[in-house]
Design a protein around this ligand. Structure first.
Ligand code: SF4
Length: 424
């Protein structure tokens, strides 16, 4: 088997770079999926009441007896005196850790307010580490909405952990990026069935299971928004296995294939391991693709999943991409997906929202993928939209989820057709 690499992919397409007003969520959003994944971690946002509201509404109806995230609210008096804010933070952390001995990893998460007042959370983490080590490891990262988009929260969190990972000389495979447990299990089962191992994952469920890293570590990313984590791992000497991201049948096969080749897995073993799930994925995608084939799609920049998803929709579902916008274009990460995405769409990086709205109105696509803030106004103008954030909250990686992934895009088209019929 060889990859069908079109010679006219989008890697050499000139990128339309824009900088202007943006419509995206901030990096605090990542706490919602990260706190589920890391079971002995606590995320303490150092922010305002707005940050607390965002977290509560993003977490929806989940009410925990013992939640694993919270907000240390910066009051006006804190804004006036940084010394007080630091002392207050130390006191709050002390109280929290005394009450919750189950917490082994504490993340101080910066926000717009903490950045504006220049509260040094790196120093705070250092100070708190000295007080609470070895029982608790304290990290810090920024989830601020200033100049960041919502998936960067996970990237910043994982990148903060990399320098603290213990060294190793072992040739381990490291899978990087948070996936729902059931999807992670599928991924590990496929790789293990090919005889690949030992396999570690970042983020790990618990502090005691954190991977080690060194010059013999090879790593594969499952999310295209992990640019800083990628750079941090390279700095530790690890080597990246570039591959299309595991969305859809083709992406999953190419991703697994790149790892299998790295570990010298015989071709017939590889084919026999993937045969059944691959066939299930093809069948599930075909059922959804009937409604997507021949339709056009326009991506606003939001989740950083846009390029791999455009590749999936065009090549596996028969859609036409008009514009594929991404907040950041990291060729070292999404290059293999750009190779596979046939030439044609505008590839844009960054955002100037008014100009982009003009372009979407002129193009009038069948489906627009965008953030929540743009979806309602665009729906009111008659566009069918898909909320980009759903693509991160829904299990969409690998073979067994490929049909659901296609379904996320066919559903808004189906809903629009029904509404149109009712209105006629
Ligand atoms: Fe708003 Fe900034 Fe807080 Fe995010 S970090 S909720 S953008 S104030």
């Amino acid at each position: 088997m060889s990859l069908d690499l079109p010679s006219d992919g989008c890697r050499s397409t000139p990128v339309l770079k824009e900088r202007g007003q943006r419509e995206v969520f901030c990096g605090l959003t990542g706490i919602i999926w990260l706190h589920r994944k890391m079971q002995d971690a606590f995320f303490l946002v150092v922010g305002s009441r707005t940050c607390a509201h965002l977290l509560q509404s993003a977490a929806g109806v989940m009410i925990f007896a013992e939640p694993r995230f919270g907000t240390a609210i910066l009051e006006e008096k804190d804004l006036a005196g940084l010394a007080d804010a630091n002392a207050e933070l130390d006191r709050e952390v002390g109280r929290l850790l005394a009450r919750r001995p189950d917490i082994r990893q504490l993340f101080l998460v910066g926000s717009c307010p903490s950045e504006v007042i220049k509260l040094d959370l790196a120093r705070a983490a250092e100070r708190l580490n000295q007080q609470h080590a070895p029982h608790v490891r304290v990290y810090n990262y920024s989830g601020s909405g200033i100049e960041t988009t919502f998936t960067q929260g996970e990237d910043a969190c994982l990148a903060a952990m990399v320098p603290t990972l213990a060294p190793t000389a072992a040739r381990d495979l490291l899978i990087v990026g948070a996936m729902p447990d059931v999807v992670e299990d599928q991924c590990l089962a496929l790789l293990s069935a090919m005889g690949i191992g030992p396999i570690r994952v970042l983020p790990a469920h618990r502090a005691g299971e954190l991977p080690h890293v060194g010059e013999n570590t090879v790593f594969a990313l499952v999310q295209p928004f992990l640019g800083d984590t990628h750079a941090a791992l390279i700095r530790r000497g690890a080597r990246h296995i570039p591959a299309p991201f595991p969305f859809g049948e083709e992406g999953s096969t190419a991703w697994l294939r790149a790892i299998a080749d790295e570990f010298g897995v015989p071709r017939d073993l590889f084919e026999s391991v993937i045969a059944a799930p691959r066939a299930r994925a093809q069948k599930a995608i075909a059922a959804q693709a009937a409604e997507l084939r021949g339709k056009s799609v326009f991506f606003f920049p939001d989740s950083q999943l846009e390029i791999p998803l455009a590749r999936f929709l065009v090549r596996e579902c028969g859609m036409t991409a008009i514009e594929v916008g991404t907040p950041y274009l990291h060729e070292g990460l999404v290059g293999p997906d750009l190779d596979l995405l046939p030439k044609g769409p505008v590839i844009s990086e960054g955002q100037d929202v008014e100009k982009q709205l003009d372009r979407v109105r002129a193009a009038s696509p069948d489906l627009t993928v965008c953030g929540l803030g743009l979806a309602n106004p665009l729906e009111a103008e008659g566009f069918a939209t898909k909320w980009a954030i759903e693509l991160v909250f829904t299990p969409v990686h690998f073979y067994e989820q490929a049909g659901d992934l296609a379904g996320l895009f066919s559903r808004p088209l189906r809903r629009k057709a029904i509404l149109r019929k009712e209105a006629a």
